[in-house]
Design a protein around this ligand. Structure first.
Ligand code: GDP
Length: 444
């Protein structure tokens, strides 16, 4: 349901209580009137003023800082205000209950401030998605990626493309509409095709970076795989520095896929410990192995562990996916003369914490290769990528199909700019008309 934008909304915008300071935010037409009833005269816009905050029947609720942001120069584009008060539960509850007692003033729904910002043209959809990611960011790279989106860098790329598409469409439409009137040289639209080919190349470049965006935002999946008892759970525990997985000398202990998150040099890494792969008739273990194989198939990187201390060589992993595989020899503290003379990419001892840094560096190297992009202004969500694919398909079709007639090519371009408009939430019939009338002097 679309919330009622005529109402003034409020919410606790800061974190969990109790806290040193709590920030309550208001937005909507009645903001200043309500605030005036609570704190008396309002401070100058965008300057903090210390005020006593009183309920309408005169009870002192708290003293705190008040800042007002008159629309449209505010987050939501409406009149907004912030009240910074003491972060006690009862203090905040008293203020929220007082605010809720005003007519047409209610507690905001989830995301409603941002929704209003979008509706009022203050933020586009990409910026809003970036803002959500910025609030959820746990690692430095997630923060950087989200910042590119929330501060408008990615939107600027899309807006630039949109501008070029609109220009191209205006030229093509003008040729279609006015060609027989003699004002427009017949092949005017021919000039747009080279630029559209270049545009297709840029969109393709962004789509090539999509996996990088996804890895940075959603995390890099590293799966620890190998036969039972080679030291998989011990490695998981050693890398995260706590006892996540149960380690025993009995084969087949890990039945389900265990999952931990690591921060390696600012990248979010999902580490999965899987059931040891071997022939078995035991139903639960069989299911564990089925899940392990499923996880390995989804991996961005597989750590194939082999017991370097065992009397027999570990069997190879039947893996034929695309992800790189690092072969890790384990338990090097227990190697004896009878241990197999195998070559491994890396050798570790989880028990003695040897080789773990090298392993982290090896993971980081693959991670860097997979996220090696020039700019972080790249799509990171499926939604954005799907629309980008539509943009690309339609621009390519328009450029390629020189012999299908200008009307059809114009239609492909229209679809391309619709898809582009859907990424940022700007659909452009109005803009198109504006472009035709302003850019193109038809002389009539
Ligand atoms: P998983 O079945 O592959 O997960 O293997 P575990 O991590 O459960 O380990 C199997 C056995 O090997 C346990 O008895 C561990 O104590 C032992 N183990 C694991 N890592 C090391 C190591 O680095 N050195 C030695 N000496 N033993 C290890």
């Amino acid at each position: 349901m679309i919330p009622d934008f005529n109402e003034t909304i409020f919410a606790l915008s800061s974190g969990a209580l109790p806290a040193g300071v709590a920030v309550v935010r208001l937005s909507g037409a009645a903001t200043f009137q309500i605030l005036n009833a609570l704190v008396g005269t309002l401070p100058r816009p965008r300057f903090a003023g210390l005020r006593s905050i009183r309920s309408r029947d005169g009870v002192l609720l708290d003293t705190g800082l008040v800042v007002i942001f008159p629309g449209p120069a505010s987050f939501t584009g409406e009149d907004c205000a912030e009240i910074h008060l003491h972060g006690g539960k009862a203090v905040v509850a008293a203020l929220l209950s007082e605010l809720g007692s005003f007519d047409g003033c209610r507690i905001a729904e989830a995301g409603e401030f941002s929704r209003r910002a979008f509706e009022n043209g203050k933020l586009d959809l990409v910026e809003i998605e970036g803002l959500a990611d910025l609030l959820a960011a746990e690692t430095e790279m997630q923060r950087r990626l989200a910042a590119e989106q929330s501060f408008g860098r990615l939107s600027a790329v899309y807006d630039g493309w949109r501008e070029r598409l609109l220009h191209a469409r205006a030229m093509v439409e003008a040729e279609l509409d006015f060609a027989d009137e003699g004002d427009i040289p017949g092949s005017v639209s021919d000039r747009v095709w080279p630029d559209l080919s270049a545009l297709a190349g840029e969109v393709r470049g962004q789509l090539e970076a999509e996996r990088a965006g996804e890895i940075i935002r959603d995390g890099f999946k590293v799966v620890i795989a190998g036969s039972p008892n080679v030291g998989k759970s011990s490695l998981l525990n050693a890398l995260v520095d706590r006892e996540v997985a149960i380690v025993t000398e009995y084969a087949g202990t890990t039945r389900d896929v265990l999952h931990c998150e690591l921060d390696i040099d600012g990248f979010a890494v999902h580490l999965f410990d899987t059931a040891g792969i071997r022939e078995t008739d035991e139903a639960v273990e069989k299911e564990g192995i089925r899940r392990a194989l499923g996880k390995i198939a989804e991996a961005d990187l597989v750590l194939h562990l082999k017991d370097a201390s065992a009397a027999v060589e570990s069997v190879d992993l039947a893996y034929n996916g695309d992800a790189p595989v690092i072969t890790v020899g384990t338990k090097i503290d227990a190697i004896t003369a009878s241990s197999p003379k195998q070559i491994y990419d890396l050798m570790i001892s989880s028990a003695q914490r040897v080789g773990l840094d090298d392993l982290r560096q090896a993971i980081l190297q693959v991670l860097r290769e997979k996220t090696d992009v020039i700019s972080l202004a790249i799509p990171s969500r499926i939604r954005q990528r799907q629309h980008l694919r539509d943009v690309l398909a339609n621009v390519e079709e328009a450029v390629r199909s020189a012999d299908i007639g200008l009307e059809l090519r114009a239609e492909y371009l229209r679809r391309a700019s619709d898809s582009l408009g859907r990424i940022t939430g700007k659909i452009d019939v109005e803009a198109m008309l504006g472009k035709i009338f302003s850019d193109f002097c038809v002389g009539k």
